[in-house]
Ligand binder design. Structure first.
Ligand code: SF4
Length: 350
């Protein structure tokens, strides 16, 4: 079997066995993980190390948005499962890469296609890193590079915490990807103990909390896992994270018509965030196949955002990229899995 590139121990064993100079390994890593050179070009830096297995994932499909700068990448794992990453080319020239930490997700949020798949399998460290590697190579061919890496794809990162920690360590390691910790953001439904461990370990890596409501009833109805992490506990956790990290916690708030978007909801959110170092991120809803939830109107989103800003809360009203390529988490994989299952005339959990 070829030596896996991301397995540092195996790679070092191969280096010793082939009497390769450590400097060549350094050049190889720099070429592939910092400059994102194509495989053959990078491998030429250390020819004695061939055969080396660079990619645990196979890029199966690429969908480029025709209306904005988003691309969705569908990857197949060695076990034959599909996972996905999204490249967001923001108008300012910045490039953000959204990666997945799992296939499917046990959190089962009602607004998310991934949560309705009925499966959950954690990706390995190598499989998450390879998403950054392969997306980086695609971007390098366009003269771009991934500036920000966000864990907002399929999966709850703290349900795969050991892998998450190893991935971040590699991403910020000067000998590997050498990304700035400040450019990495991990989004969670609010696994409070995991958030605190993470904040202690990575004081500069961002945390985003999927909040979506500061009233227990609507929050628990759209996020069943919220029952385990009540809002007072979440607020206390954000407060503690504030003391451990040198950046605000991002609060994600999906704007859902009639669920969490009234003036009373805005007032409650203003009160809940009083005294916290947070950045509110209001997200228009990308409808998911079969979901009965609807997004708030543009006017409601603006009024909600204005109320928060008037109260002195740092607020961004985002616009959704990639609507035409089903860039929201899990949509394309779910559709692909259903299509395959139908083709194979099998029944799947919808
Ligand atoms: S929104 Fe995130 S945590 Fe919730 S089901 Fe989807 S992938 Fe899981």
């Amino acid at each position: 079997m070829d030596t896996p590139f991301f397995d540092a121990q195996a790679l070092d064993g191969l280096r010793k066995a082939t009497r390769t100079d450590p400097e060549q390994v350094r050049l190889l890593r720099n070429a592939l993980l910092k400059d994102f050179e194509p495989d053959a070009q990078g491998l030429a830096r250390a020819p004695a190390l061939a055969p080396l297995s660079l990619h645990p994932l196979v890029l199966e499909q690429r969908h480029d948005s025709k209306i904005d700068g988003a691309s969705k990448l569908l990857f197949r794992t060695p076990a034959g499962l599909l996972t996905e990453s999204v490249i967001l080319r923001i108008a300012t020239g910045r490039t953000t890469l959204c990666v997945s930490s799992q296939v499917g997700c046990a959190a089962a949020c009602r607004f998310c296609a991934t949560g309705t798949m009925g499966i959950a399998r954690s990706l390995s460290t190598e499989e998450v890193l390879d998403q950054v590697f392969q997306a980086g190579q695609l971007l390098a061919a366009e003269g771009r590079r991934p500036r920000n890496v966000v864990f907002m794809g399929m999966g709850e990162p703290f349900h795969n915490e050991d892998v998450l920690v190893q991935v971040i360590e590699r991403l910020i390691d000067p000998a590997w990807f050498n990304l700035s910790p400040k450019k990495i953001l991990v989004s969670t439904v609010g696994i409070t103990d995991g958030m605190l461990r993470f904040a202690r370990r990575f004081p500069s890596v961002g945390l985003a909390l999927s909040l979506h409501s500061v009233r227990d009833e609507p929050r628990q109805s759209i996020m069943p896992i919220a029952k385990r992490y009540p809002l007072p506990q979440l607020r206390q956790t954000v407060q503690q994270v504030n003391t451990l990290q040198d950046r605000p916690v991002m609060l994600e708030y999906l704007m859902l018509d009639g669920v969490n978007d009234t003036d009373a909801d805005a007032d409650a959110l203003i009160e809940w965030t009083q005294g916290l170092d947070v950045h509110l991120n209001l997200i228009p809803f990308n409808p998911v196949d079969g979901a009965e939830l609807r997004g708030s109107s543009k006017a409601r989103c603006s009024a909600f955002s204005d109320a928060l800003k008037a109260a002195g809360r740092t607020t961004t009203l985002r616009h959704s990229l990639g609507r035409d390529i089903e860039a929201a988490c899990g949509q394309l994989v779910k559709r692909e899995n259903l299509a395959r299952a139908r083709a194979a005339d099998r029944t799947v959990v919808p």
